[in-house]
Design a protein around this ligand. Structure first.
Ligand code: NMX
Ligand code: MLT
Length: 387
């Protein structure tokens, strides 16, 4: 028997399964327990949901929470680096108002910043990109909407979320609510172990010693798929379509989607085997900020009904709510009424975790960095032939 045939026999249950469960590397920023969910450098995510997003970013890069002094200095560094290199985002003026998906804009925006890459200093690139994200996001929103420029000039002393909200021109109660929701959204979405698709894609690209910007743009492209980050958009769209919180009607809707072979967005997970703690935290936030919102009422019912219906299919490993079930409804209540933008917030958060993981991989092996990714694929149905 050939070596390949032996491998086929030994590995058959692992082949063509999206590499599910196959260890391929190590991760220092976070791990995902199938029941207790993601932990950032050992801290369960629920314990972190109210920390400053900047402090959560510090944790992912430094593997420890900052003390007061470290937190202040890190925030000052981000503020000092926050000015976007001039002309970088001019590409937004040429795409065409409202054309294409916002995730494509995010990816192109990040690529356009590559011109400011620091030679052989990926850590500085990571800090710069994180510092530029609030303005990049605000410019993306404004240019796509045809506004051309941000409403209020960037003021990084407001913090990354406060600055973004202010650049969009949000004020008073509206701004306070948006900030409350976005701050926890960013912290909850920053990282999810090493093997989720966008992180894996970003690190794979980075392993060829591509720039941080090229690697993160690739990660954003992976995140833009509806089975991954774009599930938050799809989920809110279908919550809107359900249009009721009546359990029988919601159940009929879920069964109809399954019969039409469409995914039930916001449920299921490749690794988790219980309700995602990030969904549990967001449900609590929803009960606090928008308990009477009809969309939130639909989500509440979906959370009760869908796991029972999905659980009837033994193939589905986890019928419970994932991170995307509630996040769209919260963003809607934060004042962001267009679901197609929701994955850009997920992207903003993941820029931080994926950058931290790329920096770790570049520093590994005594500074040599991880070897270029090159998994093995077995040949199928390819007998050797001659012309
Ligand atoms: N709705 C319908 N079918 C599902 C669902 C769901 N929510 N979850 C799993 N399945 C199907 C899945 O498509 C697969 O079918 P097949 O064998 O015909 O390919 C089967 O059940 C077994 O899948 P699992 O092993 O349970 O899950 P897998 O690891 O393959 O996929 C997801 C994980 C997250 C892609 C899947 O659960 C899904 O499509 N969920 C809905 C989309 C979603 O909410 N994605 C967001 C995930 C979190 N994130 O942000 O990335
Ligand atoms: C998540 O945040 O749930 C992910 O990025 C998906 C995963 O971990 O596979």
């Amino acid at each position: 028997m050939s070596d390949e045939n032996v491998l086929f026999q030994v590995l058959d249950t692992h082949l063509d399964t999206g590499m599910r469960g196959i260890p391929v590397g190590t991760c220092k920023t976070s791990f995902v327990d199938p029941v207790d969910g993601v932990h950032y450098a050992g801290y369960p995510i629920a314990d972190l949901s109210n920390v400053d997003p900047e402090d959560a970013a510090f944790l992912l890069f430094n593997k420890d929470m900052p003390n007061e002094n470290e937190s202040r200095m890190w925030k000052e560094t981000l503020a000092e680096c926050s000015e976007i290199p001039s002309g970088s985002l001019d590409i937004f003026d040429s795409i065409g108002i409202g054309q294409g998906h916002p995730m494509d804009w995010l990816s192109m925006g990040i690529m356009s910043l590559a011109r400011a890459e620091k030679e052989n200093d990926i850590s500085s690139d990571a800090v710069n990109l994180i510092a530029w994200m609030p303005e990049l996001m605000a410019r993306l929103f404004m240019s796509r909407g045809g506004r051309g420029d941000i409403v209020t000039p960037s003021n990084p002393s407001l913090g990354m979320v406060g600055n973004f909200v202010s650049m969009l021109g949000m004020k008073g109660e509206e701004a306070i609510r948006a900030e409350r929701i976005l701050r926890s959204f960013l912290v909850l979405h920053m990282d999810h172990g090493g093997g989720n698709l966008s992180t894996f894609a970003g690190k794979a690209v980075a392993s060829s010693r591509s720039s941080l910007f090229a690697s993160i743009a690739s990660a954003m492209n992976a995140l833009s798929g509806p089975l991954h980050g774009r599930a938050n958009q799809s989920c809110l769209e279908f919550v809107q379509k359900v249009g009721t919180s009546d359990p029988d009607e919601v159940e009929a809707f879920v069964r109809g989607e399954l019969a039409a072979k469409r995914p039930i967005f916001g449920f299921g997970h490749a690794v988790l085997r219980a309700e995602d703690p990030r969904a549990t935290v967001q449900m609590k936030i929803g009960e606090e900020v928008c308990p009477d919102d009809p969309l939130f009422a639909t989500v509440r019912t979906l959370r009760e009904v869908a796991p029972r219906v999905l659980g009837e299919n033994p193939k589905i490993s986890n019928p419970n709510a994932n991170v995307d079930l509630v996040s769209g409804t919260l963003l809607y209540n934060a004042g962001f009424r267009k679901p197609e933008y929701y994955t850009t917030f997920f992207g903003w958060a993941r820029v931080i975790g994926i950058s931290a993981q790329i920096v770790d991989e570049r520093k590994s092996r005594g500074g040599k960095g991880v070897p270029i990714y090159r998994p093995k694929y077995l040949a199928r149905d390819q007998p050797v032939r001659r012309l």
